[in-house]
Design a protein around this ligand. Structure first.
Ligand code: KIV
Ligand code: ZN
Length: 513
């Protein structure tokens, strides 16, 4: 048994399955590059057979990522597996991750297959995948609620067919740490060829125990791969949070005795990037990456930390990439300084045209905001007018009038494809008026499920506002994010970004459907 814990990141696959978290190809590429800087061992880049968009995103990631293994999910059938191999074949190192459900409930009600049929299909798909690559992971979906003896037969059979990693998901987040750890341990003991594969845990967070369960799977069960996502992003209550598992294993090395290859100083940049890209805001008291994670508010704690930081701190903020908000650039900074900061932040814009567009945006921002922080730069490159993706709806101009006692009024100019629209509306507030003006032209009929505003950098009203708008229409839920020092403008940008996502009609196959 190796003493290295493999970190398998599934932000771009399981994380993206979270309603509203869908990402464009360029956004996924940017996150994949950050995951590589974070030194995750495996990047699950998507589910190639689910849509052309996912296929293309995986292919682009496979083409640029050099250090991490790139992986695609595939249902246990030849078509899905071939599609995954097709998307991945440009990668330095790649893995096919195939799965089928093994619990009685899923086999009977969802798959309508007998256990023997499931066993055969699992074997056949691993055999097929092994002819395409030597790195094959098999997942027993709803594994934790499966019959132990049957699951052991499936695991033994797929290892015989050449599966190199066996993953036992707690698909519905039903496990309790001790029980899950025991389950993995007992399962491994029942599988005669268990030592021929790496065992992996994949826990959902429905009862808030995904991290604890994963760690129990490692400590008690002997698993040596953890599947996780940045910020715990994922469907329902999310997945196991990468930053928490990694910092637990590192901080309590005395207990776990395991190595992780993660570059922990890249944790905060990864957390910010995922949150700004998806619009899923990190709660302030979230472990490791929440705004308060290292803030000592009470007088007693502050006094203690000032005398000796380990009185109340078990990790160092700088070790996970927290840096005091420092001014990085200003109005007088030139293009070279800006370009260098992009490089330091690990932002690779595709062309000089994109760098020029980003620099123009930066100058525009610096005219309105005297201090530019890293977070501002990250938000700025996420702007669709900077990246090569040409969005359908684009904000051109916005003016609004509001006065106490008067009904606010907004006038918005925006592009829809090649057409330019001008629209006016009144609303309860300037944000409401602006969104109504846009909706009066677009007529999306979408329902606003969520509207939230956050300061990108804390501690000052000079900060840019970052707005998330979540829309629901025709069974789809999408998030749009917009940033600007003017929160009305940020809101209009966020609304248009969400409409753009609704506009791209990519149909997807549900991974667990
Ligand atoms: O939760 C789950 O069971 C999964 C599998 C598809 C690996 O995500
Ligand atoms: Zn999952």
């Amino acid at each position: 048994m190796t003493d290295k814990l493999i970190i398998f990141d599934t932000t771009l696959r399981d994380g993206e399955q979270s309603p509203g978290a869908s990402m464009t190809r360029d956004e996924k590429l940017r996150i994949a590059r950050q995951l590589e800087r974070l030194k995750v061992d495996v990047i699950e880049a998507g589910f190639a057979a689910s849509s052309n968009g996912d296929f293309e995103a995986i292919k682009s990631i496979a083409d640029v990522i050099k250090d991490s293994t790139v992986c695609s999910l595939a249902r246990a059938n030849d078509r899905d597996i071939s599609r995954a191999a097709e998307a991945l074949k440009g990668a330095n190192s790649w893995r096919i991750h195939t799965f089928i459900a093994t619990s009685a409930l899923h086999m009977e009600k969802k798959l309508r297959m007998s256990p023997e049929q499931v066993l055969e299909q699992a074997k056949q798909s691993v055999r097929f995948a092994r002819n395409l690559t030597s790195d094959v992971e098999f997942s027993a979906e709803d594994g934790y609620r499966s019959d132990l003896d049957f699951l052991a037969r499936v695991c033994e059979a797929v290892i015989n067919e050449g599966a190199t990693t066996i993953n036992i998901p707690d698909t519905v987040g039903y496990a309790i740490p001790e029980l899950y750890g025991n389950f993995i341990r007992d399962l491994r003991q029942k599988v005669p060829n268990a030592d021929k594969a790496i065992w992996s845990v994949h826990c959902h967070n429905d009862l808030g125990m995904a991290v604890a369960n994963s760690l129990a799977g490692v400590k008690i069960g002997g698993a040596r791969q953890v599947e996780c996502t940045i910020n715990g992003l994922g469907e329902r209550a999310g997945n196991c949070a990468l930053e928490e598992v990694v910092m637990a294993v590192k901080t309590r090395r005395d207990y776990f005795g395991l190595e992780v290859g993660i570059e922990t100083q890249q944790i905060m940049p990864a957390s910010r990037l995922v949150s700004q890209t998806t619009g899923f805001v990190v709660q302030p008291n979230k472990a490791v990456v929440g705004a308060n994670a290292f803030a000592h508010a009470s007088g007693i704690h502050q006094d203690g930390v000032l005398k000796a930081r380990d009185t109340y701190e078990i990790m160092r903020a700088e070790d996970v990439g927290w840096a005091a908000n420092k001014i990085v650039l200003g109005k007088l900074s030139g293009r070279n300084a800006f370009k260098q900061r992009l490089q330091e932040l690990g932002i690779d814009l595709d062309s000089e045209t994109e760098i020029n567009a980003a620099f123009a945006k930066f100058k525009e921002l610096a005219d309105r905001k005297s201090e530019i922080f890293d977070e501002d730069i990250i938000a700025l490159v996420g702007d669709e007018s900077v990246t090569s993706e040409q969005e359908h709806y684009r904000l051109i101009a916005l003016a609004q009038r509001s006065e106490m006692g008067e009904r606010p009024h907004a006038s918005v100019v925006f592009a829809a494809g090649t057409a330019e629209h001008r629209s006016e509306a009144e609303g309860n507030g300037p944000v409401d008026a602006s969104l109504k003006a846009i909706e009066a032209v677009v007529k999306s009929g979408a329902e606003i499920l969520l509207y939230s505003v956050n300061a990108i950098t804390s501690g000052s009203t000079e900060s840019q506002g970052e707005v998330t708008v979540r829309l629901q229409h025709g069974g789809r839920v999408v998030n749009g994010v917009g940033a600007d020092p003017d929160i009305v403008v940020a809101s209009a940008k966020a609304y248009l970004a969400a409409l753009n996502k609704l506009h791209s009609k990519a149909e997807r196959v549900a991974a667990q459907g």
